[in-house]
Design a protein around this ligand. Structure first.
Ligand SMILES: Cc1ncc(C[n+]2csc(CCOP(=O)(O)OP(=O)(O)O)c2C)c(N)n1
Ligand SMILES: [Mg+2]
Length: 317
């Protein structure tokens, strides 16, 4: 059942980050944390609609996206703790998650740097004629970078199978969009390019899933890129695990409005309306809680990689 599958993914992402919040203060996870909380419906809705051979190029704010695409909870926590048992043996951390075997081609801490890389993959896909697409995720702040505009231009000119996923939380660190952008509306500017354009501010994961399916159809049928503009609210500070409403650049009131349509809560309510019982949901949630707890414990107990590992897989062999 689609709505239940999506809920399980939403709940897993939320729970995993709640666990990080609980333990980050112990200072055993040495990686900076850019949390997904608030953004999960985008990560999960888009990822669920992509096909197995489509590829994802992600940002440093990709916990939910990584978990949705790979379901590798143990590896995820091992990576947070920098341990040998992780997919990248602890060399990636929160900001450089990567699982190419799942089509999760990597995430980068350099704003907008993943966009041209995704474009290259899309170019290869077009040459191979395999019908697959490259989904490139980026924040509204990445649209302040030249490489974003160059990539958008090249993708539209070359008619590449790229899905641009703009996760717009209206902020680059603490600076709101109107203080950074010399235009009034990103979507209005993008609408002048030769690509399809879809836009939404929903936090309903199923709507984002359906929108993404539409985007994939548009890319396939019209043979031009698609730009999806999706609004969300970042619950926590830019980097770190705390709320930051005392910092003065945004208000708790705004947060509370978005909380009313929290993606995890919305989907749970929808399932109850569809006749799924409270007991069934509680059972599912308990299983996920146990999985998260077990993965965290395993990560804590796992060894660090030997010193030489640091020099492996750094350069292509
Ligand atoms: C090229 C580059 N410039 C600046 C930074 C510093 N920086 C890190 S995150 C960030 C804001 C990016 O905002 P956005 O793309 O909207 O992503 P969000 O953090 O809101 O998810 C900036 C400026 C960086 N990492 N890379
Ligand atoms: Mg942003």
């Amino acid at each position: 059942m689609l709505s239940l599958e999506l809920y399980a993914k939403l709940y897993l992402a939320r729970r995993a980050e709640e666990k990080i919040r609980e333990h980050y203060g112990e200072d055993e996870m040495k990686t900076p944390m850019h949390m997904s909380m608030g953004e999960e419906a985008i990560a999960i809705g888009v990822s669920h609609a992509l096909r197995p051979d489509d590829q994802i190029f992600a940002t440093y704010r990709s916990h939910a996206l990584f978990l949705a695409r790979t379901d590798k909870v143990e590896d995820f926590f091992a990576e947070m703790y920098g341990k040998e048992t992780a997919l990248l043996k602890g060399k990636g951390g929160s900001m450089h998650l990567c699982a190419p075997e799942f089509g999760f081609m990597g995430s980068s801490a350099i704003v907008a740097s993943n966009i041209p890389v995704g474009l290259g993959a899309a170019f290869a896909k077009k040459r191979q004629g395999n019908g697959n697409i490259a989904a490139v995720f980026f924040g509204d702040g990445a649209a302040d970078e030249g490489s974003f505009w160059e990539s958008l231009n090249a993708a539209c000119l070359m008619k590449l199978p790229v899905l641009f996923v703009c996760e717009d939380n209206g902020l680059a660190v603490h600076t709101p969009a109107p203080l950074r952008q010399g235009y009034r509306s990103l979507t209005k500017v993008v609408s002048k390019f030769n690509c399809s354009l879809l836009s939404s501010s929903t936090t309903d994961v199923e709507s984002i899933y359906q929108l993404t399916r539409q985007a994939i159809d548009l890319i396939t049928d019209k043979k031009i890129p698609c730009f999806m503009h999706l609004k969300y609210y970042r619950y926590l500070e830019h980097v770190g695990v705390n709320e930051d409403f005392a910092a003065g650049y945004r208000s708790r009131k705004e947060f509370e409005e978005w909380l009313k349509v929290d993606p995890v809560k919305l989907q749970r309510q929808k399932l109850l309306r569809q006749g799924v019982t409270e007991a069934d949901l509680a059972k599912l949630e308990r299983e996920i809680d146990d999985r998260v707890e077990r993965s965290l414990n395993l990560a804590q107990q796992a060894p660090f990689a030997e010193d030489g590992e640091l020099y492996r897989s750094v350069l292509a062999e």
